[in-house]
Ligand binder design. Structure first.
Ligand code: R5P
Length: 300
């Protein structure tokens, strides 16, 4: 096995390789003056199981290098080519919200399924698609970040109350709350634009003695978290600790979240971000081992 790092994913690739006991190498990339990209594999991949590692945040600039690398690995004799993408892009466009729109989650799935043998990802945004195999035709292993998030909350937060900002978040909020033996609830969210979100909560009296932990899978503009922080504060709860599985937000949005009343913001390291406090490499390595064992021709 060998791990190849997509641009910006050296830390993930080296951590995975260390856990899997194999080598890793960075994918070399050259940008031509006309905007085209050349990728080069500096490691010998012939006969090996190649794991391409890298999150697919900011996906448009990463997807072509990924497809080129997967194709080159095959061309150079790789036995199989899998992808470990802790953050899987384009899952939120799972419906034609306005006439004529592309349902990009399906198109993207088709593209990756055509280039790879398997996929490992962390808590993909499953909403209207209930399972990845509704759109991905390759074996896909979903890693739940819940055990790692629950461990962090148990270590860091006194008397937590888990809160999800919308109905979809119930799936992971329930899981984490169960692992922390903590109460949980979800709010009601109405989105009126990319950056305009309202949320509502009916608070119970005994929750006011607890530390709210706002948990969402993706924090992008931070609008959802900010609205949720304000609603919790308005309901008389203490300043919440905000936790994201995939932190896509910029520094200004993180500052705005703190200004809105959050006690702190932390994230899993699925996407490299200054707020990363919760490591996922052990869970990812287990998933890769399981995936490799399950594939015909690989040792048990
Ligand atoms: C949507 O359903 C997701 O779970 C997140 O709540 C959403 O993507 C967060 O986006 P933003 O930070 O831009 O409000």
């Amino acid at each position: 096995m060998i791990v190849l790092a997509l641009p910006g994913a050296a830390a993930l690739a080296s951590a995975l390789a260390a856990r899997l006991g194999c080598a890793w190498s960075e994918l070399a990339r050259h940008r031509f003056p006309d905007g085209e990209t050349l990728v080069r594999l500096d490691a010998d991949v012939a006969g090996r199981s190649v794991i391409i590692a890298g999150s697919l945040d900011q996906p448009d600039g990463k997807t072509l290098p990924l497809l080129f690398a997967a194709d080159a690995a095959r061309d150079l004799g790789a036995a199989e080519v899998g992808l470990v993408a802790p953050y899987l892009a384009y899952m939120r466009q799972d419906h034609r919200f306005r006439p004529g729109e592309a349902v990009t989650s399906r198109t993207y799935a088709r593209l990756l399924s055509g280039a790879l043998d398997f996929l490992v990802t962390v808590d993909p945004h499953l909403h209207r698609w209930r399972r990845l195999d509704e759109i991905y035709t390759i074996p896909a292993q979903v890693v739940a970040a819940a055990p790692a998030i629950a461990r962090w909350i148990r270590d860091q937060v006194h008397a937590p109350l888990l809160v999800g900002p919308d109905a979809e978040s119930a799936q992971w909020v329930d899981h984490v709350a169960h692992l922390c033996a903590a109460p949980w609830t979800v709010m009601e969210k109405t989105r009126t634009g990319d950056r305009d979100v309202r949320v509502a909560l009916s608070a119970e009296e005994d929750w006011k003695q607890r530390t709210p932990v706002l948990l969402d899978d993706i924090v992008s503009t931070g609008g959802t978290m900010r609205a949720a922080v304000r609603a919790l504060t308005a309901a008389g709860l203490p300043p919440p600790v905000c936790v994201a599985t995939h932190a896509l937000l910029d520094t200004a949005s993180e500052r705005e979240l703190i200004a809105a009343g959050a006690a702190r913001f932390v994230s899993c390291d699925s996407v490299p971000h200054p707020s990363n406090r919760i490591a996922l490499d052990a869970l990812l390595a287990d998933a890769v081992r399981g995936m490799a064992r399950a594939r015909p021709g690989n040792p048990p």
